[in-house]
Design a protein around this ligand. Structure first.
Ligand SMILES: [Zn+2]
Length: 255
């Protein structure tokens, strides 16, 4: 806490004045660009690695960057992430949703371990909210990953995003650069696109191409950031070589 208090003192002397000026601009002209879902991991600082600023993004964070499927919204049992979607995309009319996963994700490591029946038993879920959260809301990611394990990692997975009809194909880590839990993390990231699209209150916007869903993946070890390119059917490293191609894709399909 001492570290935080000292940080606040430093902020008062440095960034505070500029931030208050930016708050004023945003208040008068709010133009948020994206709802950004990512993991709560302390290494993930999305505003820094996307160089975004005050007013640019609504950020929602949880363990494993998960957006529960709408089937869990029955009787308002799970409300946090869907409420964030409504606040961002309906109340504030934001047109892009981004889900950002990452390597070495502790939640994904745990999800992988949940394949063990004893580890994921009801008794163990009762004493571990994290296991319960992942069992309830990320088991679809795990099933998809198991499907990949069965068919072979060189085979593609099929997801749907904005609508049931808008399917996309994904080769997961075709260069076999990442460990098994990181592959699961990439699958989990793409699975969230389906989960987001399951909400009825977004349906019209999604059907009319007014709202788009994207996936990013951050490699903690190298600092590289990957964008899921539907055209290339894989996560593509965003760098000096690929940026023009990715920008073209984004402008063509999602502007
Ligand atoms: Zn994580």
């Amino acid at each position: 806490m001492d570290r935080i208090l000292r940080g606040i003192m430093k902020y008062r002397q440095t960034d505070r004045k500029k931030m208050v000026e930016q708050f004023e601009i945003v208040k008068n002209r709010p133009e948020p660009k994206a709802v950004f879902f990512t993991c709560m991991d302390s290494r993930m600082i999305p505003t820094r690695f996307t160089e975004t600023n005050v007013g640019d993004m609504f950020v929602v964070r949880n363990a494993g960057n998960i957006i529960p499927h709408s089937q869990h919204f029955v009787d308002e049992a799970t409300t946090n992430e869907p409420a964030a979607l409504e606040l961002g995309c309906v109340v504030n009319d934001i047109r892009h949703i981004i889900v950002c996963g990452h390597s070495d994700c502790k939640a994904m490591n745990l999800l992988y371990a949940l394949q063990c029946e004893e580890f994921s038993s009801q008794k163990n879920r009762r004493i571990s909210p994290l296991r319960a959260w992942l069992s309830a809301h990320a088991s679809s990611s795990l099933s998809k990953f198991q499907q990949l394990e069965m068919t072979g990692f060189d085979k593609p997975l099929v997801f749907h995003a904005e609508t049931q009809m808008r399917k996309f194909v994904a080769y997961i880590d075709p260069e076999d650069k990442f460990c098994i839990a990181d592959k699961l993390s990439q699958v989990n990231c793409l699975q969230q696109l389906q989960n987001i699209a399951s909400y009825g209150f977004l349906k019209k916007r999604l059907e009319k191409h007014q709202l788009h869903i994207h996936a990013l993946w951050f490699d903690i070890y190298t600092g590289d950031i990957y964008y899921f390119s539907r055209q290339n059917k894989r996560f593509v490293d965003v760098n000096e070589v690929t940026i023009n191609m990715l920008e073209k894709e984004v402008l063509k399909y999602y502007s």
